[in-house]
Design a protein. Structure first.
Length: 366
């Protein structure tokens, strides 16, 4: 089968779905790989690197005419229409909030698997692109805040006096949050963390963070390792408890997402106003509506002296690492689903069933 790697066209996207190293491995397994000219340049992989790996350089139309199309971001509807009938697309799709894309896949008569729908089970860990990208985002988020903040993170004693350590408050102790905790602690900050899941307390403390404990209630719904729902009453209670910690913070980082729904508001307008002049907020959920009132997608805004960073695609700022990890994730899923001779179509197998969005032009009902 022929694998096509189109160039990513989303705004500020620097990643590529397959690196030259992974392309070489795919070719060894009997696949043919064709890469759109310049697809890897923003990730610092040259066309020559792909040619050396054994891939063929092609134009956009040829890449989309492949048997299998691998991407980071979902293609546009007109790009899906370029795919041949019964071809297979694998990318992030966010199908629950992207019905137009699903319809385009149905219209084109293709099959589609979504990287964000891979079940979070132990045997699918190497396919978990959400975690691999969030890990990098958590690290980079702290570095971005450190660059914006007008002071250092660690305590420092000098002849001129002692500098107090910066205080960082992190909302959410998932993959991104835990990496943010570890990074902020390595830089010498005091770190406080809020998460609605009490089981994360031990993980937070093991990394040196202080856990801000909010008692949970029956409104918190969990599914597959994700928070699937929480009441407005609980969010208000959380905001009240965490508010005083936010007011004292130099940096606030929010990471909370609910799959298929708008991100919950965690930092209110009043909380932003309560923060010190010169403090920094980074809203990692800004692309899904935002955890912070006042954050704007792909913009930095200043409200009463508080800078709110709204970078919508943080992993893309580390394109070499992000592409390398994503390529391994998507390669592992592909090897699970298919061989060089075709797809296995094990419709009731958990990973196949969970990640499949459209099969031969028919939407899969979840």
């Amino acid at each position: 089968m022929i694998i096509g790697i189109p160039k990513e066209t989303k705004f500020k996207e620097n990643r590529v779905a397959i690196t030259p190293t992974i392309a070489k491995d795919l070719i060894k397994q009997g696949f043919s790989v064709q890469v759109e000219n310049g697809a890897g340049v923003q990730s610092f992989f040259s066309d020559e690197d792909y040619k050396t790996a054994g891939a063929t350089l092609v134009d956009k139309n040829t890449a989309y005419a492949s048997d299998i199309v691998l991407k980071v971001n979902a293609p546009q509807a007109d790009e899906v229409a370029m795919m041949k009938k019964n071809a297979v697309l694998i990318s992030f799709m966010w199908a629950a909030t992207n019905p137009e894309l699903v319809q385009a896949c149905e219209n084109a008569g293709i099959s589609a698997f979504s990287m964000d729908a891979v079940p979070r089970i132990s045997r699918a860990q190497k396919m978990d692109a959400l975690s691999s990208q969030a890990n990098l985002a958590g690290y980079k988020a702290v570095i971005m805040c450190a660059d914006t903040l007008g002071k250092i993170f660690p305590m420092m004693t000098t002849a001129a006096g002692t500098i107090k350590p910066a205080k960082v408050v992190i909302f959410g102790a998932g993959v991104a949050g835990l990496q943010a905790i570890a990074t902020a602690k390595r830089l010498g900050a005091m770190v406080e963390v809020s998460d609605i899941r009490p089981e994360t307390k031990e993980q937070v403390q093991s990394l040196g963070g202080k856990f801000i404990e909010v008692k949970g209630d029956e409104s918190i719904k969990m599914e597959g390792g994700y928070v699937k729902g929480v009441s407005e009453e609980f969010l208000k209670k959380q905001q009240e408890l965490v508010g005083k910690h936010v007011a004292e913070a130099d940096i606030v980082i929010t990471t909370a997402l609910i799959p298929g729904r708008k991100a919950p508001v965690l930092v209110t307008e009043e909380m932003v106003k309560s923060m010190k002049f010169g403090s920094v907020i980074l809203d990692m959920a800004v692309e899904q509506g935002g955890n912070v009132v006042g954050s704007k997608l792909n913009e930095n805004v200043n409200i009463n002296g508080v800078t709110i960073i709204g970078e919508g695609n943080i992993p893309s700022l580390l394109p070499m690492n992000a592409s390398d990890l994503y390529a391994k994730n998507i390669q592992t899923l592909l090897y699970h689903l298919a061989t060089k001779d075709g797809f296995k179509w094990e419709m009731e197998e958990e990973i196949t069933k969970g990640s499949m969005i459209v099969h031969e032009g028919k939407k899969i009902i979840k």
